[in-house]
Design a protein around this ligand. Structure first.
Ligand code: ADP
Ligand code: MG
Length: 664
């Protein structure tokens, strides 16, 4: 208000000053100014004093407020402590109703806080998720940026190449023009010289004075002309070379343009290709799973061993390699001169570089099935020396084959399941030699005196007369196998001097009991190392050896017939035709899970045997449990599709198999 008043006074003064004329008051201006300043100062001082008083008052009010608050607090505290005291002493003044109210309030407060903590936790989690997603997105962006940068660099490179080629072309064109001009000059000179020569000759005709000097001049001129002609020849050659360079440059230029276009095309198709690949990888997985589901049939794996030194040292026309592996499911048998050849597809193929680990990885699940009460049979088929024993047993050193690994897995699982399951494992081991059974778990003398009979009891194959031993652990199993091996009948043939000419059948019978449900199961793990499948002719066998070969061929043909009957869905399967097939009756077809290994050599020398074995195995691929017969064709179709997708991936430069492996 004070300020407002002052402003009004000021305005009044201004007005008066304007009315009263400036001239007469001019001399008083300094005086007025000083007076006003004085007033201003005084007013300011007054104001300060007033402010101080006000501040003091405010402080007082605050002080009073604080005091009142403190008083109130003490009051409340007092009240509260009396209440607490009353509660403590069980004073009846406090009603249940009050207590209930208090409790309720405390509960409500507790809930509110818990809720707050929960919501904070949720927010934290969400934040973490967002951060993770952000990191992922950043990674993707980075990859995309890198990719684009690479492409750009490539483009830049191409552009630079083009411009350097253009620059080169320009210099070359200039050089060519230069040479052309020079040639023109020289030609002109030649013409002049020739003209002057003609002129001289004319003169010579006219008068014959200075004849001698003219002749001399003539020769000189001729020499000069020769020189010039030579120079022209030289330049013409150069010009030719330059023209060639010019042509080459043109070609290079069009090539570079084409390349540029190609780059642009590929760049444009990258997103499409990427989506295609992603799509196909997904499809491939779906097919793979479906195929696994449909495996009611015999699964057939094919394994090719490395070439051995005997095969390598054959004459050149037989020493080559004839087997190729286009993918994980196929192999091709060619003629050794060109790539390609007849293609076979199986559930899995193993090339010569594949390890025992890899082979077992794909067989392992069958061991679990045997523990679950299935009849599992793994058998190896192939000519002598193709790697049957190596795959089934190993090389007797560190690289254990399927049998030791399967037994190790089996007894580990038995051990792990203790407490929930109770297992007992029994084993028998027989050899089928010349259509005669022999028990391998007893000494030879004892074995040869015995009578054996194969019987089907409750849908399970048993060998009456063969010794069955209980097996408690891995070491026990390996010892029993070793004992059995030592009783085997082996003989030398030209094919492989340590080969066996008999079928070896090892059978582990697994009784399982679920201790909680009391349910009992009986499963079987049948491991069969068949005798060599080669035809008698090749082994150069005679007499006893010839008989062996014929017996082997008979039994393998019978096995082939069983496979064939199963694969074509015939109601009658000739299991009883041969002791081998009768022995395998519960392990092939029906609900059995059968895995056949067909073993081949990669050598041209063994090409015919390889083709025979593969054709034989191809028949087994179609065997199915009769209730699932319709699944065969679609499973086959799916397998084919799977191969196609793998090939497509290869075309696009993507190794889907490796990706799958990595995922595993
Ligand atoms: P089969 O039992 O079919 O007559 P073997 O298993 O005895 O044949 O194999 C013959 C020879 O080839 C053996 O010396 C074996 O060690 C070797 N062999 C077989 N398969 C392989 C393989 N995948 N890798 C290395 N050596 C092998
Ligand atoms: Mg063998």
């Amino acid at each position: 208000e004070e300020k407002k008043k002052r402003a009004e006074e000021e305005a009044e003064r201004e007005r008066k000053k304007a009315e009263g004329g400036e001239e007469e008051e001019e001399e008083d201006e300094t005086l007025i100014f000083m007076k006003r300043e004085g007033e201003k100062k005084k007013l300011e001082e007054e104001e300060d004093a007033k402010d101080k008083v006000l501040e003091g008052e405010l402080d007082g009010i605050a002080e009073a407020n604080k005091k009142r608050r403190e008083e109130r607090e003490t009051e409340i505290r007092l009240k509260l402590s009396t209440i607490v005291e009353k509660i403590d002493t069980g004073d009846t003044d406090i009603t249940d109703y009050d207590l209930e109210k208090l409790r309720k309030k405390i509960e409500e407060e507790k809930e509110r806080r818990l809720e707050a903590i929960e919501s904070e936790k949720r927010a934290q989690k969400r934040l973490e998720e967002c951060e993770e997603a952000l990191v992922e997105i950043n990674k993707e962006i980075e990859a995309m940026v890198n990719d684009t940068a690479e492409k750009n660099a490539e483009m830049q490179d191409q552009k630079e190449k083009l411009s350097s080629l253009e620059a080169e072309l320009k210099t070359l064109t200039e050089a060519a023009e230069n040479v052309e001009a020079q040639v023109n000059d020289l030609q002109k000179e030649i013409k002049q010289l020739e003209d002057s020569k003609a002129h001289k000759l004319e003169q010579e005709e006219k008068g014959k004075e200075d004849e001698v000097s003219l002749a001399a001049q003539n020769t000189k001129k001729k020499e000069e002309i020769e020189k010039v002609k030579k120079a022209i020849g030289k330049y013409e050659k150069k010009l030719g070379a330059i023209l060639q360079i010019q042509k080459d440059t043109e070609v290079l230029k069009t090539q570079s343009e084409k390349l540029n276009n190609n780059i642009q095309d590929s760049e444009a198709s990258i997103p499409f290709m990427t989506s295609l690949i992603a799509n196909e990888a997904v499809q491939r997985k779906a097919y793979y799973n479906k195929i696994q589901d449909m495996k009611g049939k015999i699964r057939v794996f094919c394994r090719c061993r490395p070439m051995n030194s005997t095969e390598r040292s054959k004459p050149p026309e037989e020493a080559g390699n004839c087997v190729a592996f286009p993918d994980k499911f196929s192999l091709q048998v060619g003629d050794g001169t060109r790539p390609g050849g007849k293609r076979y597809t199986f559930d899995r193929t193993f090339n010569p570089d594949s390890s025992q680990d890899e082979v077992f990885e794909d067989t392992q699940l069958l061991v679990q099935s045997a523990l679950d009460g299935y009849n599992v049979c793994i058998f190896a088929y192939g000519q002598t020396g193709s790697g049957k024993t190596y795959t089934m047993m190993g090389d007797g050193k560190s690289k254990n084959g399927i049998t030791p690994r399967a037994l190790e897995t089996l007894f580990n699982t038995v051990e792990e399941g203790k407490g929930r399951f109770e297992y007992s494992v029994d084993m028998w081991m027989v050899e089928l030699y010349n259509d005669n059974l022999r028990d391998l778990l007893v000494p030879e003398k004892e074995a040869s005196g015995k009578k054996y009979e194969i019987k089907q009891v409750d849908g399970r194959t048993v060998v009456l007369g063969a010794k069955t031993v209980p097996i408690h652990n891995y070491d026990g199993a390996m010892k029993a196998i070793e004992l059995g091996e030592s009783h085997r009948k082996t003989a030398k043939t030209e094919m492989n001097d340590a080969s066996s000419r008999s079928h070896l059948v090892m059978c582990f019978v697994i009784h399982g009991k679920d201790l909680t449900t009391k349910k009992e199961t009986i499963g079987k793990l049948n491991l069969i190392d068949l005798a060599g499948s080669e035809r008698a002719g090749k082994t150069k066998a005679e007499g006893e050896r010839m008989k062996e070969a014929q017996s082997i061929n008979l039994s393998l043909s019978a096995l082939g017939a069983v496979i064939s009957a199963l694969s074509s869905g015939k109601p009658y399967v000739p299991y009883r035709q041969n002791k081998l097939t009768y022995l395998m009756m519960d392990s092939i077809g029906g609900t059995a899970k059968t895995l056949m290994f067909v073993m081949v050599s990669p050598s041209l020398y063994n090409r015919d045997e390889t083709l025979n074995s593969l054709t034989y195995a191809q028949r087994a691929k179609k065997v199915t449990n009769s209730s699932k017969k319709s699944a065969v064709t679609s499973a086959d179709a799916l397998q084919k599709m799977l191969i196609k997708v793998t090939e497509k991936g290869k075309e696009l430069g993507i190794d889907l198999e490796a990706e799958e492996e990595a995922e595993k």
